[in-house]
Design a protein around this ligand. Sequence first.
Ligand code: SF4
Ligand code: ZN
Length: 311
Amino acid sequence: MKNLNCCCGEKAIYWRRYSGQRFCRDCFNQYFERRVLETIRKYRMTRKGERIGVGISGGKDSTTLLHVLNKLKPKLGISLHPILIDEGILGYRKSGIETAKNTCMAVGLELLTASFNKETGHTLDELQRTGEQKPCTYCGVLRRKLLNQTAIEGDLDKLATGHNLDDEAQVVMMNYLSGDIERLHRLMGNAANPDMIKRIKPLSLIPEKEVMIYALNNNLRTSADECPYAKHNHRTKVREFLNTLETDQPGVKFSIISGWEKLINSMPPRGTNILACKVCKAPTARDKCRACELKEEIKIKMSAANMGLAD
Ligand code: SF4
Ligand code: ZN
């Protein structure tokens, strides 16, 4: 009869289709934490003594990341500094903020915060009502800027984010679909630049489903609320498409990532001409960074709206 138990003999709680392995609760936790450590070492993500920022939202990915890094930090010799960005999304962000605060308090870490409202004078809800971009455009550009800015102010060496394998496969696929080879190249990591904090993604080789199982296994309190603007996001369609593919062909998300790595590594190195934004000095390929462009556009739109000139 087929053995449905974990290799240790305990009752399995998870069957990993793409490898055929079954895991009990304890073996799954060990596997998961080992996998994160291996990923950090494989890509030389951290060095002893570094101050690592951790982008945290209260969701399962970032909460799991903080929990695992907190366990691994004695082995890695790093310190952790969680950062939360409040975009200002009514009915969504509040529970995430509460959860993130509680998580940081439980592990004794001080939470650094920044908000769209402080940076631009407006919440994301206000921006999407008056501005001409999609909410995810404001959100992505401003969140990236604020994470970087807060990490610089906090004298941090790197910034860890909770992106998992699914997120990575989605973004690679989206760039294939738009034929954006330059962005596919840039996804490999930002160029050495003292004004740009290097991003690391310790969960990038772990499927989303396994992150969820780890969070449940360890009773991590996470916010399950979904952003009301997610439906505007092209990524939602790509996610559904990749999930369908994965059901038919287990392991396809890993193949997408390894194919992309091979492709980029076989290409000649790209010379990136990085300039300093003439407004905020942030690194950019143009004379003004995208965040400053958006902030300018927001200012014009908001004052037109205040004068009753908006179309
Ligand atoms: Fe931001 Fe869009 Fe994600 Fe909502 S769905 S959190 S607006 S990027
Ligand atoms: Zn700028």
